[in-house]
Design a protein around this ligand. Structure first.
Ligand code: DGJ
Length: 361
């Protein structure tokens, strides 16, 4: 892709002519420059693990991206949580005005344990392109009950309940006997599972971490501390037991919109969007915002959401960013960027083989 046009799903070259390598990404706009952070993937199925780290590109027009290097490098130290071969997914960076620091959060799976870790990694930098210093990882909200938990619900699991959950062998996808309201209790003491994630900074500077939790069954929206480095201990569970992941959160005219996919591994599935007047909900499901052929609607145009990017230079223009994964040759995953339109107060996403900011809104 070159020139002033987006070509969703096509090979997209950086300004050196090399394919952009920033999967599961997000974009930060800072001082008039866009920074696109994403997973650097290598060739083959090994590319589904992290052997390089989080790469960053810079752009002033959103079409042409310059490779700005590795923002967060994996470690060669075998005792490090981010040693080469771990899993680093869906990195997002936000800027903290109070501290003047750039804060990166990502889904971290320590090496060798598949997706069982379900942790959140945090790194900080003094400049947008880094280098980012790894701070550590956590499972959010250890010892904190969700906001809506009634007094009688605040109880830990019995041995019998623990054993019953273990017998289900939950694997990150829907299960007919999924115990909708037990997993967050199981994880109360040690912290909540956190896989697919995004970050969102509200108009008042408060930042939120949205993550697929509870064996992927339920999403959490969790406020961060003022420095954005830790959970503030204030969170809500949404869509319990509905197995939504790949969250992307945006705000328009005072309302919050949350885009999510279903949980089908690397295979694409139908998009859903929900709306709320408060970030704490209630969230109302608006269904699938995609319009097009049945196959396109059932697969989100063959892609999975990762971020919604407000194109600052053009007020109101929103770009829906998604990944068309290629797990057998991870580096060849493609980027599907589409204009996010609104029909009244409902988001609408349609396929455009080629489009530009001036023409699509
Ligand atoms: C879907 C997630 O959205 C991806 O980030 C990745 O974790 C894959 N599942 C792994 O199967």
């Amino acid at each position: 892709m070159s020139g002033e046009v987006f070509r969703p799903g096509e090979l997209w070259l950086d300004t050196d002519g090399v394919p952009i390598n920033a999967h599961g990404g997000g974009v930060l706009c800072h001082d008039g420059i866009y920074y696109w952070f994403g997973e650097h993937k290598i060739e083959g199925p090994a590319g589904n693990r992290a052997y390089v780290g989080v790469r960053v590109y810079a752009s002033t027009d959103l079409y042409r991206w310059t490779n700005a290097g590795v923002a967060l490098a994996v470690s060669t130290d075998t005792t490090s949580e981010i040693v080469a071969g771990c899993i680093i997914e869906r990195p997002k960076v936000i800027f903290n005005r109070r501290t003047g620091r750039f804060v990166m959060w990502f889904h971290l799976e320590p090496a060798g344990a598949g997706y069982a870790g379900a942790r959140s990694g945090v790194a900080v930098a003094d400049a947008p392109t880094g280098p980012y210093r790894y701070v550590g990882s956590l499972r959010p909200n250890a010892g904190v009950w969700p906001r809506e938990t009634r007094a009688e619900e605040k109880r830990l699991l019995t041995e019998v309940e623990f054993a019953a959950i273990a017998r289900l062998k939950l694997n990150g996808g829907p299960h007919p006997e999924f115990p909708r309201d037990l997993i967050f209790r199981r994880d109360h003491a040690g912290g909540q599972m956190a896989r697919d994630m995004t970050l969102f900074v509200d108009d008042d500077g408060a930042a939120y971490h949205v993550y697929a939790s509870e064996e992927n069954g339920t999403l959490h929206v969790s406020e961060l501390t003022d420095d954005y480095l830790r959970p503030a201990g204030n969170y809500v569970r949404i869509f319990p037991g509905e197995f939504r992941e790949a969250p992307a959160l945006m705000k328009r005219e005072g309302r919050y919109f949350l885009f999510t996919s279903g949980c089908t591994g690397w295979r694409p599935n139908a998009l859903r969007v929900a709306v709320a007047d408060s970030i704490w909900g209630p969230w109302t499901d608006l269904g699938n915002p995609c319009v097009g052929a049945a196959e396109e609607m059932a697969t989100t145009f063959g892609a999975q959401p990762t971020f919604v990017l407000p194109a600052v230079a053009q007020p109101g223009a929103l770009i829906f960013m998604a990944d068309r994964w290629c797990p057998q040759n991870a580096i060849d995953g493609r980027y599907v960027w589409l204009p996010l339109a609104f029909a009244g107060s409902r988001p609408v996403l349609a396929w455009h083989a080629q489009w530009s900011l001036g023409g699509a809104f």
